[in-house]
Design a protein. Structure first.
Length: 219
């Protein structure tokens, strides 16, 4: 079993390996490919462009040639997967889509925290679509200043700013809090209260379920 993960930050490798260990996966279950320029180009353009989406889709398809499932871990690039899914021989999934499904499953008020501004629009659309199924009330928020800390390499203050936002969201009445970007996941372990939903665990669980379902169909 091999899940290919497309990242836009090197730091996400350790985050997904930790999630894999939490789920009991083998140490070599994940293959990581990091393409930071895709996110950097999207940030310069103010969001995902057709050219960036096409390049991302082509890369996803190439990863699917040597994997049992492909997981796109960058929320900004998320919509790029749509065209590739129709042409892929293996399951292709968005980690943030799996996160959205898990976070809204029980309805109620769901606060979704984003760190990068380019993530807000695709995340809002994704969670709105998922919430139609359950009637959840979704509030997507940008954690002010967080992404600047990430780009500065200040992982400690980056995680702390997110943890503070999680604590505030729960204190204000959120039933569940979701961290839209994979890079935010370490913040989930810092707070003393309820843990937020994170995309690495949700995404890997969805990939495992998709592979299991495909195996049953092929039998």
């Amino acid at each position: 079993m091999r899940i290919a993960c497309l990242h836009t930050a090197d730091s996400n490798i350790a985050i997904f390996e930790a999630a894999a260990a939490e789920l009991g996966l083998a140490q070599d279950a994940l293959r990581h490919v990091v393409r930071p320029e895709l996110l950097l180009d999207a940030e310069k353009a103010g969001g995902l462009t057709p050219a960036i989406a096409e390049a991302t889709g082509a890369l996803l398809l190439s990863l699917g040639e040597d994997a049992d499932a492909v997981l796109l871990t960058c929320s900004t690039l998320g919509p790029s997967i749509d065209a590739a899914m129709a042409r892929s021989r293996v399951p292709m999934l968005r980690a943030d889509a799996a996160l959205a499904d898990a976070a809204v499953d029980a309805g109620g008020k769901v606060v979704v925290l984003c760190a990068a501004g380019t993530t807000v629009a695709p995340t809002t659309a994704l969670f709105a679509q998922a919430a139609r199924r359950t009637g959840a009330r979704v509030d997507v928020r940008l954690v002010a200043g967080a992404w600047a800390l990430f780009r500065q390499g200040d992982a400690q203050r980056y995680a702390a700013s997110i943890t503070d936002a999680v604590t505030a969201a729960y204190a204000a009445g959120a039933d569940r809090v979701a961290l839209a970007q994979a890079s935010m996941a370490p913040a989930a372990r810092l707070g003393a209260g309820r843990r937020p939903f994170t995309s690495p665990v949700a995404g890997l669980r969805a990939a495992l379920a998709a592979m299991s379902g495909r195996a049953n169909v092929l039998r």
